[in-house]
Design a protein around this ligand. Sequence first.
Ligand code: LER
Ligand code: MN
Length: 274
Amino acid sequence: MRPFKLSMVVAPPQAKFEAVVRESLEKALRTLSEIGFDGAEISILDPPEPGPLKSLLDEYGLEVPALSTGLNYIHYGLSLTSPDPEKREKAVERLIEIGRLGAALGGAGVIIGLMRGRLVAGVDREKAYSLLVDNTRRVAEACEKIGVKVFFEPLNRYETQLVNTVAEGLRLLEDVGSDNLYLLLDTFHMNIEEPVIEDSIRMAGERIGHFHVADSNRLAPGMGHLDFASILHALWDAGYRGYLSAEIIVKPDLEAAAMTTYRTLKTAMSGIGG
Ligand code: LER
Ligand code: MN
């Protein structure tokens, strides 16, 4: 048995975000299943009916470890810290709605990444942080009742000014104070923000709930210069036993990127967990 299961982030073809698979869902799931992936992380814009999605996942024998949500910020401007109260409320509602979909898909966690928002005119840092804490708590508590976890992702400084590092992520978890809230760590962001990726993984320890992999250039693991054997050893030592979910720029094409991801991670995992 492998120490970690493998998935890849799949988004609708119209998604305005490049580090994801943007093919028809059927083709993406078929490709991942044929290569040997265990799951697919689905990026949700407008939550679909769970039935047909579940049938397709069952057909290809794939689980859903988590649902990404950032498209709701990119396409609709929904953010937990928006100066517009209506957008903030819609962001909270949308995350909970995605939580319900996650429950219907067997317990897929809900990701808060870009939906935390950015610092914009009209909301100062202190106010934005307090909105972030309060609204993240509302989502975490509602999702606890629904039976799905919430994963908060530190993002690098070029994407937001709110929670860039693992240390800031841990502080947010403490300020929110919910046992249903975990960190999602992403090697692409950590490569920019953390002094030593492995040390930050060990520091986050049991608070890691989900894990995104991409190489230093956000291409498939193996196409940049990150040391995945070392990173995955640290992740295992930290007690994490969940999915490695590839959130990558798909180049040169889906088959090649997925195959490179699969081979690199399989090799990096060999020798872990004995
Ligand atoms: C989302 O998981 C992510 O990593 C962000 O870079 C989205 O912009
Ligand atoms: Mn990510």
